[in-house]
Design a protein around this ligand. Sequence first.
Ligand code: GLP
Length: 237
Amino acid sequence: MSEVTIHIYDTPHLAAAGVGDVFMEGIADFYPKLAGLAAGKTMHPVYEHLVRTEKHSSGLFSQITFAQLDEVIPSDKDEVSFAEDINKYLLSRLSGGYKAFLDIDGRTSQPDLEAKRHRANLLTNGGLGVQLLGIGVNGHVGFNEPGCHPESECRVRALAESTLERNGYEPDILAITLGIAEIMSAQRIVMVATGAAKSSAIAEMINGPQSSNCPASLLRPHTDMKLFLDRAAAKNL
Ligand code: GLP
């Protein structure tokens, strides 16, 4: 049985606006806890919605500390990082600014230490209030790939074949990701998935066995989790 509340919209943009509104609600509900930000293409219309809303309500995020979910460790130092993406498309566009962004340095020479530092940084800053999440086509959350441990913490991970392919990464690329344990520690999880490519992962997450074969299914016991889908992503439910 899944406790996840599911909201289905006609278009990807409506799903993005829906999750954006509930993310902002969560920020207010759990202030001053951290607001967890995810990256990926699905998030771009969500960022757009947040930026547009904040424009009419300048200062909305001025006291908010955001935290990063995951980051790639690029083989090519010129590759754009998730943190840069979040900054470019969201944080730098907030007219009233924000308090802080607890980011992950993917270009560090000591990624294991960086993962530990990020985990400790989240804890000393009060932990996660609301966490915004996407999902991979293979059911990954953050970069917790199939086979991950339900109690995993922030750490360095290798990526699954399908993730490397879909994101266009070099084969040897690694990533730093919050673990399932930190994601589960958030007071509320709000997840968004759009497009038919995500429909099997969504069906597996909601109706499949709770198993690390589909990391997103490990989040099902969370007591405050909301899922926002467009019709294409919901088609196998
Ligand atoms: C990426 C990231 C996740 C993201 C997910 C979906 O690889 N690890 O943080 O939520 O996979 O990405 P996209 O929205 O680009 O499909």
